[in-house]
Design a protein around this ligand. Structure first.
Ligand code: FES
Length: 135
């Protein structure tokens, strides 16, 4: 599989870019058209077990979670309800809970257990320790 290495440093959704960060268009959704493209966004070890971290994959802000069983999940970084930082949410094997208003989103299909719109889910995998997100 061909993997595109991102030249964009990981950036948390809650902090502004650091000075000297190259200007890069960052969006809240996948690039228009075509199949997804895999991007190396960092190392799997950048995400502590049981937590999430924000990254940029091909110009798309994503939140990647590494569950305690080692499995990986990726979703859009901003909550579809009101823009909450999903990377700061709590998760288990079934759902991700947004820290802002506590709506829960299913890892199975991105749907919300409440009334919020669904989140986008992105394929993510470990490639020899590299964290690869397809957007
Ligand atoms: S912003 Fe996420 S639940 Fe409201």
């Amino acid at each position: 599989m061909s993997v595109t290495h991102s030249d964009t440093p990981a950036a948390p959704t809650t902090a502004p870019p650091k000075a000297g960060t190259p200007a890069t268009e960052v969006t809240d959704g996948p690039a228009a058209g075509g199949a997804g493209v895999p991007h190396v966004v960092g190392r799997v070890d950048d995400v502590p077990p049981g937590e999430g971290r924000a990254f940029v994959a091909g110009g798309v802000q994503v939140a990647v979670f590494r569950l305690r069983d080692g499995s990986l999940h990726a979703t859009q970084a901003a909550c579809p309800h009101s823009g909450g930082p999903l990377a700061d949410g709590q998760t288990d094997a079934a759902v991700l809970v947004c820290p802002l208003h506590l709506y829960a989103f299913r890892w199975s299909d991105g749907t919300c257990t409440g009334a919020a719109p669904p989140v986008r889910l992105f394929p993510v995998h470990d490639e020899d320790g590299a964290l690869v997100v397809t957007v």
